[in-house]
Design a binder for this molecule. Structure first.
Ligand code: ZN
Length: 298
């Protein structure tokens, strides 16, 4: 096994090196406390299931910490059902409590139904991914808050993070980078702190880890997977990484270095309660309520 740095390791040492790097990331960013109640967002895909396995290992050293998992069932026929089964199976195997929340339950509609409604419209607006992203983030936060956990861990990899950084720049919204940190600043009591323990692990290495540890995950991509700008950025960064190993790390570290300056420039959003659902929002109505209203659901 060869790391991006060129270092060669046997399978066992490779897995140990990933685990100790995740441990180092957690302590560097002070992501978790010894007594934290942690909830892991598990979609059933490679990254999230691997995160659950690694955190289970790490948290064994902290008997006062608790670990649980949550899966959001967006309602994507023929795709999410299989992922849910895989997520549940991994949780059972690891002895982790597994919670499932769904769009249908929370919003009254599955993502398939929402997509059906968007497609009927003459004017094409947001993509299924935009709806899904906003509604899933809200669903995860609500589930974590209702479960009374301290931290919500998501499986964003180094690749995810650098793609988002570049995307923000391409969207002309560089100050947004200040907010998408490895540990999110809690700016409202209704928001559960989100942490990203895999933010310094390349996606390829997560995949190797999952393969070596024989972790079962769902491999097929979402049928709505976006063909948008993020895909182009991913392809570009993958090509760069192949030619110039360490590109993703270089981008990540550069941004980390200038983040304090970005944060000083970006005004901290002042949040108030949404006039419909009471959840934190910048304006009068939160994004999920705006989206649902647009669909004439509310
Ligand atoms: Zn609302």
């Amino acid at each position: 096994m060869r790391l991006y740095s060129g270092e060669k390791l046997c399978g066992k040492c490779f897995c140990k090196s990933i685990e100790s790097r995740v441990r180092a990331t957690i302590s560097k960013y002070e992501m978790l406390e010894p007594k934290d109640k942690i909830m892991v967002a598990v979609s059933g895909g490679k990254d999230s299931v691997t995160l659950l396995h690694i955190l289970t290992k790490i948290e064994r050293a902290f008997p006062e910490a608790t670990l649980s998992a949550v899966t959001v069932d967006e309602g994507i026929k023929g795709y999410r059902d299989e992922a849910l089964r895989v997520a549940a199976k991994n949780c059972r195997k690891l002895g982790v409590e597994h919670l499932v929340t769904s769009f249908k339950e929370m919003y009254g509609y599955t993502l398939d139904e929402i997509v059906g409604m968007i497609q009927k419209r003459e004017k094409k607006g947001l993509t299924p991914c935009s709806y899904c992203g906003v509604l899933r983030r809200r669903a995860l936060n609500t589930a974590a808050r209702e479960a009374g956990v301290d931290k919500l861990a998501t499986a964003h990899s180094l690749d995810d993070e650098t793609q988002t950084m570049i995307l923000n720049i391409l969207h002309g919204d560089a100050l947004r980078i200040a907010r998408a940190k490895p540990v999110l600043t809690v700016i409202h009591p209704k928001l559960v702190q989100r942490v990203k323990p895999l933010c310094e692990v390349p996606e390829k290495e997560i995949a190797f880890y999952a393969y070596l540890r024989k972790i079962e995950f769902q491999g097929i991509p979402c049928p709505y997977a976006q063909t948008a700008l993020r895909n182009d950025v991913r392809t570009m960064l993958n090509r760069m990484e192949e030619k110039h190993a360490g590109t993703n790390f270089a981008i990540f570290r550069s941004i980390e270095r200038i983040r304090p300056a970005l944060e000083a420039m970006a005004e901290e959003a002042k949040l108030r309660d949404c006039r419909i659902c009471g959840e934190p929002t910048v304006g009068d109505f939160c994004k999920p309520c705006q989206m649902l209203q647009e669909l004439h659901i509310l």
